[in-house]
Design a protein around this ligand. Structure first.
Ligand code: SER
Length: 321
């Protein structure tokens, strides 16, 4: 196998943290270059190459591509739905200019493959809510959703026009125990576990019946690595693939958590994120990903809840968290 060097931009976020770990296992720690605007303290990051980088610093991107000559880039840096609504101009520029800088640098420095995640936020109020198809009305009404939809169009454009091997999936809400969620509307589904184990109660910022599509992080990492390692001819969609795990409401999740934390209580105080959640699909049809490159999730709702508790509970008990 020819030597691969992988660069992860936005490495310290919810997805980046887990992807860095998996890519280090696949390619060797020294061949995975983690880049993030924040300089993290944890030892994990100093075990391999780490560069502090702002994705809006186009000169720095070129400098690092020259230095490391990555063969693959995972470009994950973005402002998520809730954070981008607080700063719409920055949301657009970080999510779009950052994407152009990375794509153009990838072309200039001969990067073999680029992964960029899209999101269920590309859908909007007029999208069919149940089993949302791959192709349908898309009228995103958040800055995050608008940038993800535009980004998808540019993925396809850079592939067709310049031959860039870019691959993408639309992540649903992601749940994991290794890193914090990063400013999205679906973050409640991570916070709820920590609060349940720490305090036995959680005030949810979405209403009890808000049904949203979600995916457990091991499946999100699996999907990401499968699409990036599939033979190129299997990737028929060069914008972004729907992928799906399971869907639930805060009330249903609370009920499942109660089976493990019997005194757990949930209350509801919907905030501005409710309108964002209401504009998104409730479940996703991912038939194309399944047939094109063999995607299949391993975790259902019960398995995810059990695994989250299994991994987090001991850390609260020993006082590590
Ligand atoms: N988890 C993201 C968000 O809530 C959706 O892709 O913004």
């Amino acid at each position: 196998m020819s030597k691969e060097t992988v660069m992860i931009i936005g490495s310290c976020g919810q997805v980046g943290t887990e992807l860095t770990e998996s890519l280090r296992t696949l390619y060797g720690t020294s061949n995975v270059v983690a880049c993030d605007i924040r300089k993290p303290e944890a030892d994990f990051w100093s075990e391999g190459p780490f560069e502090q980088m702002d994705v809006l610093d186009v000169k720095k991107i070129a400098e690092l591509l020259k230095k490391y000559k990555p063969t693959q880039i995972y470009h994950l840096a973005a402002l998520l739905s809730a954070t981008a609504e607080k700063n719409p101009k920055l949301g657009w520029s970080l999510n779009m200019d950052g994407l152009f800088y990375v794509f153009d640098a990838a072309l200039e420095f001969g990067v073999k493959r680029v992964f960029w995640p899209s999101s269920i936020a590309v859908f909007g109020p007029n999208t069919p809510k149940q089993n949302t198809p791959q192709y349908c009305v898309m009228d995103p009404n958040t800055v995050y959703g608008i940038t993800k939809q535009t980004g998808e169009r540019y993925c396809e454009y850079y592939h067709k026009r310049y031959g860039l091997d870019v691959r993408s999936i639309r992540y649903p809400g992601l749940i994991g125990y290794k890193a914090e969620a990063g400013g999205g509307t679906t973050d409640y589904a991570v916070e709820i576990f920590h609060e349940a184990l720490k305090n036995g109660k959680y005030e949810c910022f979405l209403g009890e019946n808000t049904f949203l599509p979600m995916l457990y992080m091991p499946d999100a990492v699996k999907a990401t690595l499968e699409i990036t390692h599939a033979e190129s001819n299997l990737i028929k969609n060069r914008s972004s693939y729907n992928i799906s795990g399971f869907s639930f409401t805060p009330a249903l999740l609370a009920e499942k958590i109660k089976k493990h934390v019997s005194n757990f209580e949930i209350t509801y105080k919907p905030d501005h994120r409710q309108a964002i959640a209401d504009s998104w699909p409730q479940s996703i049809d991912d038939a194309e990903a399944r047939s094109d490159w063999g995607w299949k999730n391993d975790f259902d709702l019960d398995a995810m809840v059990a695994d989250m508790i299994k991994n987090l509970a001991p850390r609260y008990k020993t006082g590590e968290m």
